[in-house]
Design a protein. Structure first.
Length: 331
């Protein structure tokens, strides 16, 4: 099929993305290597201390292998040390072990094991563990879905000064997930979390300013917040910034820059960015017409989030084009 005769993808630009919960996060206190210890804490010394049941040493050793600090990155050794640190009472190590099972790092991915570790961490006082466990209950990931209980966990984490807990609690209030919708309360929590450097909170705050939820609508403020978060590699922020730039909301309309932002969003994993960029390659509006690139981007949209609205639209677009959803068959 000649590119010029390809059916047009329906919908000019993917819909703007709404507020969302964070991904699981790492502990911000109690688990990081001592900055005064630095390179002086040799791997051998930490290994010996861990062998003598020092939970903190096991946790630090886990971080060393996780981050490649003076050693080769080794997810298998990292999870073993985090698991041992957790068994010895290191609650931040429990959270890190949960992260390994969430992401499948050094172990086979297991939402159930992850949730168990987060529960241990939370019960032991690690606020990030509570926030991550809350996310599991929001999604039903390894546990039965229970949004109200998730909100109680986010509240507990936020009251313990875990930035991620406050950001997730704000998302719950913004979306009305497990709690009565309260955009004004969400805005207050997000302002604080954003001020403290949580870039996904800044993104969510931008959504509230864009839509006038809990705050007076302010497209320029939304643009500033999306720009800040996009520069920090938040995919949804890049996608929303692209949408507003394409529409000229709070910023001069610039189709080329919008497509650059969609490309960045897609590279970072935002399905809306992939779909919008696919349209440009299909129509030749802002990008040289390229059927192969359009198909590849539509397939990436489906792969990234098969249940999303953009994925549904991408499947329909592929069907109209006469291309398969996967690249198993030659198109």
């Amino acid at each position: 099929m000649h590119a010029a005769l390809m059916p047009r993808i329906q919908g000019r630009i993917a819909a703007a993305v709404t507020a969302s919960f964070l991904a699981v996060t790492t502990p911000t206190v109690g688990a990081q290597p001592d900055p005064n210890d630095g390179s002086a804490a040799s791997i051998d010394r930490l290994d010996a201390a861990c062998g003598q049941n020092d939970a903190d040493a096991c946790t630090r050793l886990g971080h060393r292998y996780d981050e490649g600090d003076e050693v080769t990155v080794d997810p298998n050794r990292s999870i073993r040390h985090f698991a041992r640190g957790c068994a010895l009472g290191g609650m931040a190590a429990c959270t890190m072990a949960g992260l390994a099972y969430t992401r499948g790092l050094g172990v086979e991915r297991s939402p159930q094991h992850a949730a168990s570790y987060y529960a241990l961490a939370c019960d032991g006082g690690d606020a990030t563990g509570c926030s991550n466990l809350g996310l599991a209950y929001v999604k039903g990931d390894g546990v039965a879905m229970n949004a109200p209980y998730a909100v109680s966990l986010f509240t507990q984490a936020c009251e313990a000064n875990a930035r991620a807990g406050c950001a997730n609690l704000a998302a719950a209030y913004a979306l009305g997930t497990g709690v009565a919708r309260n955009p004004r309360r969400a805005a207050g929590l997000l302002e604080q979390a954003c001020h403290e450097g949580d870039q996904h909170a800044c993104y969510n705050l931008g959504v509230l300013y864009r839509d006038g939820m809990g705050v007076r609508r302010d497209h320029r403020r939304a643009i500033a917040l999306f720009t800040q978060s996009c520069e920090a590699q938040d995919p949804s922020a890049c996608g929303n910034l692209g949408t507003m730039t394409n529409k000229g909301q709070g910023i001069r309309r610039d189709r080329q820059h919008a497509l650059d932002l969609f490309e960045k969003a897609c590279d970072l994993g935002a399905v809306e960015g992939c779909f919008s960029l696919a349209e440009a390659y299909q129509t030749g509006e802002g990008r040289d017409q390229d059927r192969s690139k359009a198909i590849a981007l539509l397939r990436r949209t489906v792969t990234l989030d098969p249940t999303s609205t953009s994925a549904t639209r991408a499947r329909k677009a592929l069907a109209r084009i006469g291309a398969s959803v996967t690249d198993d068959a030659r198109d």
